[in-house]
Ligand binder design. Structure first.
Ligand SMILES: *Cc1c(COP(=O)(O)O)cnc(C)c1O
Length: 410
C-alpha cells in the first residue's frame, strides 16, 4: 500500500497523442503552431555563446531542426521505445543519411535481398563509387548472413516485413548475429510500424521508417525517421544538418497530426489486411496469397510470435493469368486507386511488374521474385466489407476482357 509502485506506462495512443508536446503552448493553443522560420534570433552575443556551449535548448538555423520536428522526433522515439529519433525529408533520405554516416571507403555491408529496391540500388550503384561493397544474401538465410561477415563488415541490414513478399525476419536471431560480431544492425520496419513490432526491444540497434506510409497515414506527405541510441544517432544527426535533408514545418505538422490517430488507423489497417487476405485465399481465381497473418504464410509462426498485427499490405497471384489478365483485375477495382505507396487512408492497388519492374528484363524480374500475375493491394481505412466486395466484383468482371492493348513489355 505505498505509492512507490512503478507507474503503468501510458498506452500507445496516449503516447502518440501527448509525447513530445509541451503542456502549455504559445497562445494557449492545444495544437503545436507551425513555426515557419528559416532562422532563429538571439537576444545578444551572450545568448549565442550560451547556445554554442549547449546551455540553451533552442533553434539556430532551419537546416539543423525546427520546433515542429522536435515534437515529432520525441513522439516517434517514444512510440519505438528508443532513446532518440532523427526525422528526414523522406524515407530514402534517412536511409542514405544513415549509410553515408556509418560507412567508409573499404567497408562492407550485408543486406537480406528482399530489402527496398531503392536502398539496394543506392548501395550497389552509389556507395560502390565510394569503395563500399554490398553483399546480398537470401532473406531469412541467417547462416549465409553470418558467413558473409568479415573484418570489413560494418552494418547488417534487413526489412521486416519485406515488400511485396511479406517475409518476416526473426529479429532476435538477426540482432544476435550483429552482437556476436560487434556489428550494428538496422531494420527497415516501415511495413510493421511500432504498433505491430518494436525491433529495438529485440536487440536491433537502429530502426528506419518511411514515415510517408503508416506514420503520416494520409497519402499527403513524405518523411523518414531513424530511431536508436543517442550515441549512434549523434553523427547521423550531424550529417543530416549538412545534407539538409530536413522536412518543412508544414509537413512535420501534418505528420504530428497523423500520429494522433496512429493506433486507431493501425487497428483498421490490420483488420482490413487480414480480412482481405482471408477473402482472397478462398477465392477460386486466386492462386496464392502472401500475408503473414495467414496460416499458409511461410513466416506465419515467427510473425505471430513477434508481431501484434500484420498491416494492410497483401500480395496475391491471379490463377493462370498472364500480365494483361492480371492488369484487368487491377483496372476493374472501383474503390482501390492505382498508385505506388501504402499506409494511407485510401486503399492503393498495383501490379509490381508494371509499377516498379516494367523496364527490367524477365531474368531480373525472376531474380526479384516478381511474377506476371502478382498484385499488391495496400488496404487503407475504408470499411472492410466494401474492400472485399470491390475485389470480388473486380475478380469476376475482369476474367473476360484484358484491359490493356499490346505494349512494349519485355
Ligand atoms: C516507401 C519505402 C521506403 C522509402 O521511403 P520514401 O519515404 O518513399 O523515401 C523505404 N522502405 C520501405 C519499406 C518503403 O515502403
Amino acid at each position: 500500500m505505498t505509492n512507490e509502485q512503478t507507474p503503468t506506462p501510458p498506452g500507445f495512443s496516449t503516447t502518440s497523442i501527448h509525447a513530445g508536446e509541451q503542456r502549455e503552448k504559445p497562445s494557449h493553443s492545444i495544437t503545436d503552431p507551425i513555426v515557419c522560420a528559416s532562422t532563429y534570433t538571439f537576444r545578444d552575443t551572450q545568448s549565442v555563446i550560451d547556445y554554442i556551449e549547449q546551455k540553451q535548448d533552442r533553434g539556430e538555423y532551419g537546416r539543423y531542426g525546427n520546433p515542429n520536428e522536435w515534437v515529432v522526433e520525441k513522439k516517434i522515439a517514444a512510440l519505438e521505445q528508443g532513446e532518440e529519433a532523427v526525422v528526414y525529408s523522406s524515407g530514402m533520405a534517412s536511409m542514405v543519411g544513415l549509410l553515408m554516416t556509418l560507412l567508409n571507403s573499404g567497408d562492407e555491408i550485408i543486406f537480406f535481398d528482399e530489402c527496398y529496391h531503392r536502398s539496394r540500388e543506392f548501395c550497389n550503384s552509389h556507395l560502390a563509387r565510394f569503395g563500399v561493397r554490398t553483399r546480398q544474401v537470401k532473406t531469412g538465410d541467417y547462416a549465409a548472413m553470418e558467413a558473409a561477415i568479415n573484418e570489413k563488415t560494418k552494418l547488417l541490414v534487413s526489412e521486416s516485413p519485406t515488400n511485396p513478399h511479406m517475409s518476416i525476419v526473426d529479429l532476435d536471431r538477426f540482432a544476435t548475429i550483429g552482437k556476436r560480431h560487434g556489428i550494428p544492425t538496422l531494420i527497415d520496419a516501415t511495413l510493421a510500424t511500432p504498433f505491430n513490432v518494436r525491433p529495438l526491444n529485440h536487440g536491433v540497434d537502429l530502426v528506419m521508417h518511411s514515415a510517408t506510409k503508416y506514420m503520416g497515414g494520409h497519402n499527403d506527405l513524405l518523411a523518414g525517421a531513424i530511431v536508436g541510441s543517442k550515441n549512434l544517432l549523434e553523427p547521423i544527426r550531424n550529417l543530416r544538418g549538412i545534407m539538409g535533408a530536413i522536412n518543412s514545418p508544414h509537413n512535420l505538422y501534418l505528420l504530428e497530426r497523423g500520429l494522433k490517430t496512429f493506433e486507431l488507423r493501425m487497428q483498421r489497417h490490420n483488420e482490413n489486411g487480414l480480412a482481405v487476405a482471408r477473402f482472397l485465399e478462398n477465392h477460386p481465381r486466386v492462386e496464392k496469397v502472401l500475408y503473414p497473418g495467414l496460416e499458409s504464410h511461410p513466416y506465419h509462426e515467427i510473425a505471430t510470435e513477434t508481431m501484434s498485427g500484420f498491416g494492410g499490405l497483401v500480395t496475391f497471384y491471379v490463377k493462370d493469368a498472364d500480365w494483361k489478365e492480371t492488369a484487368a483485375v487491377v483496372d476493374a477495382t472501383k474503390i482501390a486507386r492505382i498508385a505506388p505507396s501504402l499506409g494511407g487512408s485510401e486503399t492503393l492497388i498495383e501490379q509490381p511488374l508494371v509499377m516498379s519492374y516494367f523496364q527490367c528484363t524477365p531474368e531480373q524480374r525472376q531474380s526479384f521474385g516478381i511474377t506476371d500475375n502478382m498484385i499488391r493491394i495496400a488496404c487503407g481505412l475504408e470499411n472492410t466489407s466494401d474492400l472485399v466486395t470491390d475485389l470480388d466484383q473486380a475478380l469476376s468482371s475482369s476474367s473476360v476482357t484484358p484491359s490493356v492493348s499490346e505494349s512494349a513489355i519485355k
